[in-house]
Unconditional design. Structure first.
Length: 402
């Protein structure tokens, strides 16, 4: 028994409808699907199947019109230069170009066609790349995910094969904390150092290095004892399009903060405001001394001629202080970790800490700090003693619990 509209038909005690399956080479395989108890049920299923088939066929026609011989290497080169580079920051471009040149291209065949790549192919690629370094698997997978996503939009692939590949977690950064005696030596040594203000901004405000170097006097509100973070100093790689080099040279530039959440207003301890006034006087002296040769950008942290510091200057200075005072070497980012740990020990919530640090999401904060207290008892002991209010006020003149 068959229905007059031939969409569904009755056979072997159930209702059926005819199907078409699109093969990878574009040919169509015909079949049927049955087992439905009523004609209405079969017709509902048919409408769903038809919509899906038409979508797949449309995608296939879109892909099939592209160059069938385009290689994966050629597409990735085109994608990086003409698509991806136009929507990312220069620093991200530098890292991504390095990832392509040294982690991806050496491990894919020059004649592999993009229309033939699939999840199995990329799983094998990632397996071979991941031992190169602790971050290789994660970095390569992230970059390929973006590239293949755009390949789908461009019509070269029907779906993104990276979605189903094995995940390679990002290596968790090690949070480095100084002990009680070391932090005391650092604060006392910094007090007589020209980088004292910058170090205090790292420990007691949790600022990133670029944010410290990008601060201007106008960002501080002395009446409210606050500072507004609205920019950073960073390195901008200058690429040579005719060269195979990752970057030919770099320039120090001023730009917006790292993420939209990095725009934030923070309370500032009086100790920092006192140091700020000393710095204001020092900058004013240099401005007068250098005269027309002084580049006035209103920077709080700058060279004597007003130009911004290099990106390595503060870490070099901090390393020198540590070395001369028997303190394990730390970076500017370590100061930021100390600030976060202070807040944790005070019982501040992760949401509030995330906002203070300017993280893009609370997940970033969680990844760094969620297990500090449970995994490292010496940090708890250190925090309970080192940041005793009376000790801090005596040693630094700053009551950070106020």
């Amino acid at each position: 028994m068959r229905d007059n509209n031939r969409t569904t038909f009755f056979e072997r005690k159930s209702w059926y409808y005819r199907t078409k399956t699109l093969n990878e080479d574009g040919t169509i395989k015909y079949g049927k699907k049955g087992g439905f108890k009523s004609q209405e049920e079969a017709e509902r299923s048919y409408k769903i199947w038809k919509k899906q088939f038409e979508k797949e066929y449309k995608e296939y026609k879109k892909v099939s019109q592209k160059d069938p011989n385009l290689t994966l290497v050629d597409y990735l080169n085109h994608w990086f230069s003409d698509i991806y580079s136009k929507r990312i920051e220069p620093s991200t471009k530098m890292v991504s170009k390095y990832t392509l040149q040294y982690y991806i291209f050496p491990y894919i065949g020059a004649d592999v066609k993009i229309r033939y790549v699939n999840t199995e192919y990329f799983d094998d690629l990632l397996k071979r790349v991941s031992p190169i370094s602790a971050t290789a698997g994660n970095r390569v997978r992230q970059l390929l995910y973006s590239a293949m996503g755009d390949a789908v939009l461009d019509g070269y692939l029907k779906d993104n094969p990276i979605k189903a590949t094995k995940c390679y977690p990002r290596k968790k950064s090690k949070v480095k904390i100084l002990n009680m005696e070391q932090i005391k030596r650092l604060l006392l040594a910094a007090k007589s150092n020209e980088w004292n203000l910058e170090i205090l901004l790292g420990i007691f405000c949790g600022l990133r290095k670029g944010e410290i170097l990008g601060l201007k006097f106008q960002d501080f509100n002395l009446e409210n004892q606050s500072v507004y973070i609205s920019r950073q100093i960073t390195l901008n790689p200058i690429f040579d399009s005719k060269s195979e080099k990752i970057a030919e040279r770099y320039e120090v530039i001023e730009k917006e903060p790292k993420t939209k959440n990095s725009y934030r207003r923070l309370k500032v301890p009086q100790l920092i405001l006192d140091e700020l006034e000393k710095r204001r006087e020092y900058v004013a002296y240099n401005r007068e001394f250098y005269g027309k040769d002084y580049e006035d950008h209103d920077y709080v942290s700058c060279q004597k001629n007003g130009k911004p510091h290099s990106m390595s200057a503060m870490n070099i200075a901090l390393a020198k202080i540590c070395r001369r005072n028997g303190i394990p070497q730390i970076s500017v980012h370590s100061l930021r970790h100390m600030y976060a740990t202070i807040l944790l020990e005070k019982g501040v919530s992760l949401i509030e800490i995330s906002a203070a640090l300017g993280h893009s999401s609370i997940h970033t904060t969680f990844e760094y700090y969620c297990d500090i207290i449970s995994d490292d008892k010496k940090i708890i002991d250190y925090m309970n003693i080192t940041f005793n209010p009376e000790m801090l006020e005596e040693k630094t003149g700053c009551d950070m619990y106020a």
